[in-house]
Write a protein that binds this ligand. Sequence first.
Ligand SMILES: CC(C)(COP(=O)(O)OP(=O)(O)OC[C@H]1O[C@@H](n2cnc3c(N)ncnc32)[C@H](O)[C@@H]1OP(=O)(O)O)[C@@H](O)C(=O)NCCC(=O)NCCS
Length: 187
Amino acid sequence: MLDINFGEFPNILTERLQLRQLKSEDAEALFPLRKDPVVMKYIARPLTKEIEEVHKLIDVINQRYYSNEGITWAITLVDNPTLIGTIGFWRIESENHRAEIGYLLDPAFHGKGIMHEAMKVVLDYGFSTLKLHSVEANIDKDNEASMKLVERCGFVKEAHFKENYYFEGQFLDSVIYSLLTPLRNIL
Ligand SMILES: CC(C)(COP(=O)(O)OP(=O)(O)OC[C@H]1O[C@@H](n2cnc3c(N)ncnc32)[C@H](O)[C@@H]1OP(=O)(O)O)[C@@H](O)C(=O)NCCC(=O)NCCS
């Protein structure tokens, strides 16, 4: 069993981005994203209707961090503290040393390699600090941007489950990508 202990929140700085803990004030910027049908098109979660739901989501995210069950970062530009996206290991299977990665980005910033930049450092944290053995991405079969993104980070497509997920009256396919630790040879 992997012993997950995040300790002090791991803020991460990259060339263009700052990854930090979500705070209640981020609801203002996250609400428009969680209610945007374009952003949420391939994320099987109901669109949020009230900002209060986003406050609750941020609370849940932070509770999961404090209880070492999952970790999600707010993504901001280095010179502007406003949230433009999120990325994190929402679900961690300690017994399998495995985590599922999830992410979303404001469409105004799509196609600039922003999520690629964020994902590289989050994966490095997952493998080097948390000592994960593998990371999974569960992607809608039509989400080309997300599949290209994970492939560029080295993920391999391992499964395509047909109509295995029921959401809002439809049975959706799930494409499972996985990345094994680059440190596996020394574990
Ligand atoms: C998936 C997402 C995070 C990608 O973020 P991004 O910062 O635009 O990604 P990047 O700029 O790093 O580009 C990743 C790749 O996808 C490609 N891409 C970007 N938008 C695309 C689109 N709409 N259609 C097809 N490919 C696209 C890029 O060209 C790039 O490919 P390349 O490496 O071959 O050039 C973003 O599209 C998003 O937030 N989507 C909505 C939420 C979502 O679907 N989350 C994932 C759930 S699994």
